[in-house]
Design a binder for this molecule. Sequence first.
Ligand code: 4FV
Length: 233
Amino acid sequence: MLKIDIITIFPQLFTNITDFGVIKEGKAKKLCEVNVYNLRDFTIDKHKKVDDRPYGGGTGMVMAVQPIDDAVNFIKSKNKTVNKEFQKVILLSPQGETLKQKKLKFLSTMENIIIICGRYEGVDERVRLLVSDLEISIGDYILTGGEIPAMVIIDGVIRLLEGVVGKEQSIIHESFENNLLDFPQYTRPEIYKGIRVPEVLISGNHKEIEKWRKEKSLESTREKRPDLIDKNY
Ligand code: 4FV
């Protein structure tokens, strides 16, 4: 069972994150659970403030360390049975390591991941020094908050849990699984607006089909993502 705990000032954004598709199945099969915590419940500020002006001046506000630290410790105290080796506190920010399939596979082997969703200009540096184990970015662009990146991790990790994706859907043959992009897929109709499904795919010759798919994966990877070819993903 993987427990995913989210810390955010907008918990309602996650209301029904687990009510659809394979994520829903994972929850139903008790292979995972997603708990959402409102950061404001952990502030000692009488106005429930979780941010403040930056030391040294500058525009925008910074998220204070105390509410985040207390929220993480509260969640850890609730997950006492979790083996600490399999518990990770993740800070989502543009300064983090860029998320790749390999990291999702690593996180899918955890028992508990606690995700800190930043807002405003970011978090006090002491969150990195005292609270988070991992810092992850979903890409080199600036969002308004860490909530959508958190959903990327929830979706990408839960679908890798053994038993979540049914037998009919394979996660073996997919992009990045073998550091290649996926081969072209076709379904009915056989001809659409004059474009016919490649003959080999309706030949029934599985050896030829497998060969064609491998070639096509290599071809589109060379074309679209040459950087992938020699990178061990
Ligand atoms: C982000 C990213 C991201 C930065 C300021 C939230 C925002 C605001 N997180 N990958 N790219 N975060 O843009 O993870 O606090």
